[in-house]
Design a protein around this ligand. Structure first.
Ligand SMILES: Nc1ncnc2c1ncn2[C@@H]1O[C@H](COP(=O)(O)OP(=O)(O)OP(=O)(O)O)[C@@H](O)[C@H]1O
Ligand SMILES: [Mg+2]
Length: 166
């Protein structure tokens, strides 16, 4: 499954009047984490405060460490990094400068909690399932691909309200 291919194919189908389970625009907006976060902020949904740095020389004073640095595209925790100091961040930005264009844009966030991640699955306007992923002792990222442990979980009603909010 490729998000980018699915987004383009769904959009082309939508342009030609074919309905898809997820709209092409929704797939594209969620694939790009910077666009996804802006969309959530605009909708009044609580999000992690996020800065975007567009190059290795981007100004990054006034940041409280540790921080998370992640690309605008990606999954499985790939390229999601932890920076403990301004030196770490400078080095990460320099490494990214030699990568693919999308990798040169960095999202910077405060380190929230302990890496635990909650996911709610929504079909239409109904939250049908939810899970928690917790990091293992080997990695602070909770992705199953990084050794995280996933479990079904019942969340508070506020979590489901946020998940289904249009
Ligand atoms: N701001 C943060 N604070 C603490 N931990 C974080 C933060 N951002 C990411 N993480 C940890 O890193 C993991 C991977 O990050 P994230 O979910 O953003 O990317 P991904 O899983 O690669 O992509 P996606 O969730 O879009 O498929 C998270 O599950 C979480 O454990
Ligand atoms: Mg994730």
């Amino acid at each position: 499954m490729s998000h980018s291919k699915a987004g383009i194919i769904a959009r082309i189908l939508n342009i030609h009047g074919v309905r898809t389970i997820n709209k092409g625009l929704a797939i594209e907006n969620s694939w790009n984490k910077a666009i996804a976060i802006s969309t959530l902020v605009r909708a009044g949904i609580p999000t992690v405060p996020t800065k975007l740095l567009f190059s290795a020389s981007a100004q990054h004073d006034g940041i409280n460490y540790p921080i998370i640095v992640k690309p605008i595209h990606g999954s499985w925790g790939r390229l999601v990094s932890l920076a403990g100091s301004t030196e770490d961040l400078t080095m990460l930005l320099r490494h990214k400068a030699v990568g693919e264009t999308y990798m040169r844009i960095s999202m910077v966030q405060p380190f929230i909690g302990d890496g635990t991640d909650y996911r709610v699955f929504v079909i239409g306007e109904e939250a049908v399932a939810s899970m928690v992923r917790r990091p293992s002792n080997d990695d602070w990222r909770s992705n199953v691909a990084r050794g995280g442990v996933a479990q079904a979980v019942r969340l508070g009603d506020d979590a489901y309200e946020i998940a289904i909010k249009p």
